[in-house]
Design a protein around this ligand. Sequence first.
Ligand code: FES
Ligand SMILES: [Fe+2]
Length: 393
Amino acid sequence: MASLAENTGSAETETLMDSLREIARSENSAWRTLPPEAYHSPELHALEVDRIFRRHWLCIGRVEQVANPGDFMTLDVVGEPIVLVRDKKGEVRVLSNVCRHRWMKVCDGSGNRDAFVCPYHAWTYELDGRLRGAVEMKEHPGFDPKTVALPEVRHEVWQGFVYINLDGKAEPLAPQLTHVDKEIAEFGIENWEVVETVDCGEYPWDWKVMQDNGECYHHIGAHPETFEVNFPARTTVTECEGPTVIQWCEAREGKRTRHDDGLDYVPMYFEPVPGLTERQRINFMLIYVLPNFFIYLQPDYGMKIRMFPTAAGRIRMYVDFFVPAAAKAMPDFDARLAEAVAFFHRFNEEDYKVNSAIQKGLQSAWAKPAPLSWLEEHNQHVARWVAEELTRA
Ligand code: FES
Ligand SMILES: [Fe+2]
């Protein structure tokens, strides 16, 4: 196979690939970040789309976000227009959102439809992708409408989350996540419901900067009042396995809340799920499934973060708040949800400041691969995973 340098003519990229091979070979035993160039190289971004984002499972939403037949939601996933839809029989489908005529985007945004009508020449598709009709096409000798359909994208549902695999060749997802299932079984999140989505728009930093920001070490500097005060960085426990990272972030004694059931919990906004273990009650969890998904999970609610790279150094991000039935049944639920969303905006502003500055800083002439603290095992693992995926033969 031709090397990347041969494809791009870039000696810098070949040097970068050598560094990645070294990180992969050593399993990042030196506990260093990826080279700063890896976070802004357009050539590497193209390779990431090919070897990571098209090959691995990507979370695009949850099943209840298309609860009723006809509900749909569109997304751009590394340049692929996609539509998540519930068809008339109630089945969840993921379809290419590109018309089989002359490549127009068939639908936009989200909503409920009886069929998809292409806005260019009005070819009409059933909700399962089959062509219902194409005006003025009878005269075409080779055109058989029965063979025309929007291509289906391979998908899997895990714990209520809809994942897609663009190249259709990934190993099944669920068996890769059985260890996560065991850690969160008591939450029953397959039955939780998305109640609010914040479309963050485009952010000026790389998807790997976003991943790196997943450690809790930065509670100390970036989040003194929002997180460190309740969840000290020093007691975070990190568990890495394959494409997953789980972090347990324990609430300080004295900052836990005694609930009506007589048990201690992390600070909460809503009614918690009953039957959690002590560890699940006094920690919030961060669960990462590489490359594009993570959830923040605590006993009474969760935030699902979906991010999609749009270019080297840029992402589009959505945050979905999801809650158990007990939370949603509270009489003052709306006011409580508003508080939870306000808290997100508060700490997200803190993250915005650091992530956008980091994306600039890593392009400095003096930026070098950086040493990691023992509290950045997440980063050590992500750097290793990315290097392995990009250099796999
Ligand atoms: S491009 Fe869709 S009908 Fe022509
Ligand atoms: Fe943060």
